[in-house]
Design a protein around this ligand. Structure first.
Ligand code: EPU
Length: 338
């Protein structure tokens, strides 16, 4: 039975480095522990929060309920042949380490998702993505426990209803399941995806003989290090907002006044980079004491040390209002604001 602690600081457990406290705190290290906790203890708490790597949350206050820190580890190859590998990975495994583990074995599919902070269990929740790839493409299924009943359920890829930075776990099933493991299906001769951003140029500069999943991951790491803050040094949660998708009419109107606006054509419309919109409004590099907007990517809000979650949220909402005023687009946060 996992022990329940009281008044625990979450500062080192969220990548924004916000000094919020959890009224109650526990860490689970197995599916059994999670089920025991739910069956025996849950009725004592008014609310709960499952915290993974803390890389996509902003605490604007102390949390008055129970924080369950995800610590389920382990990797198990379920099936493997010359072509593919199905592997079950504990939700508490570190995502960037897991990417390295896969590229070291020459398994393709998540090399473009190198260096994204967080845990494996959080990857399906918001369908993490970068450089033209999304994790949904390699997820076979997601194992989870219903927080109300303690019942286990396996969600097929389809049942996860993945979308751009979206899944059923952010919508209908928000806060209803605790993800315990993710089953990934990797192909050993998967295609490379090199057309997004500067991956190809970076590979060229790296002067390598042969492109492998590992060298692509290395290129992605180099690009990310240039554009995004190192969370060991600077508090942040990556992109604060999602990139908005607008319909064709609206897009044409926007393009008329902004011919240099970058965009991506999608099935559902046109995706406009929120970082560009924020940049155009003059927020890039904005600094207010110890927090602000990252100078190399306007979509990233940063805590240089000592900022409160309320201060950062307030800045985010000011930015959102400004973008709405200038472009008529209301940005949606990608980060979960608590
Ligand atoms: N841009 C600007 N100014 C800025 C930032 C961006 O003009 O301050 C322009 C860039 O020049 C480029 C375009 O906007 O033309 C897109 O920028 P970028 O390639 O940096 O990507 P993004 O759309 O801003 C998304 C993801 C990132 C991911 C990158 C690379 C979202 C919300 N963000 O950012 O994901 O790393 O693509 O694939 O989709 C994250 O989710 O935390 C994250 C970092």
């Amino acid at each position: 039975m996992p022990s329940i602690k009281e008044n625990i600081s979450l500062k080192s457990l969220n990548t924004f480095g916000i000094g919020a406290n959890a009224r109650y705190f526990t860490e689970i290290s197995s599916e059994n522990e999670a089920q025991t906790l739910i069956k025996d203890d849950f009725r004592n708490y008014s609310k709960y929060l499952v915290l993974g790597g803390g890389s996509n949350v902003l605490f604007t206050d102390d949390f008055s309920g129970l924080v369950i820190h995800q610590g389920i580890k382990g990797k198990k190859i379920v099936e493997e042949d010359e072509e593919r590998c199905l592997i079950k990975v504990g939700a508490g495994e570190d995502w960037p380490f897991f990417v390295d583990y896969c590229v070291d074995r020459d398994w393709g599919g998540i090399e473009n998702l190198a260096l994204i902070p967080g845990q494996v269990g959080a990857s399906p929740v918001q369908n993490i993505g970068a450089y033209g790839r999304e994790v949904k493409d390699v997820i076979e299924s997601v194992e989870a426990i219903e927080l109300k009943s303690g019942e286990k359920k396996v969600f097929s890829n389809k049942e996860c209803r993945f979308g751009y930075r979206d899944s059923v776990f952010k919508n209908e099933l928000k806060d209803r399941y605790l993800i315990t493991a993710v089953n990934f299906l990797f192909y050993k001769n998967a295609d490379f995806h090199l057309d997004y951003g500067s991956i190809r140029d970076t590979l060229r500069q790296m002067d390598i003989d042969k492109i492998t999943y590992k060298t692509v991951a290395e290129a992605v790491k180099q690009i990310r290090r240039k554009k995004l803050p190192d969370i060991e040094e600077t508090g942040s949660a990556g992109s604060f907002f999602k990139n908005p998708v607008v319909d064709e009419n609206f897009f044409e109107k926007l393009r008329n006044g902004n011919s240099n606006m970058p965009f991506f054509k999608m099935d559902s419309g046109y995706k406009i980079p929120a970082g560009w919109l924020i940049d155009q409004c003059g927020w890039k590099g904005y600094l207010e004491g110890h927090y602000g907007v990252y100078p190399y990517q306007a979509l990233v809000l940063v805590n240089y040390g000592g900022a409160t979650g309320k201060e950062i949220a307030d800045l985010a909402w000011r930015i959102r209002d400004d973008v709405e005023k200038y472009f008529g687009i209301r940005l949606q946060p990608e980060v979960t604001v608590i």
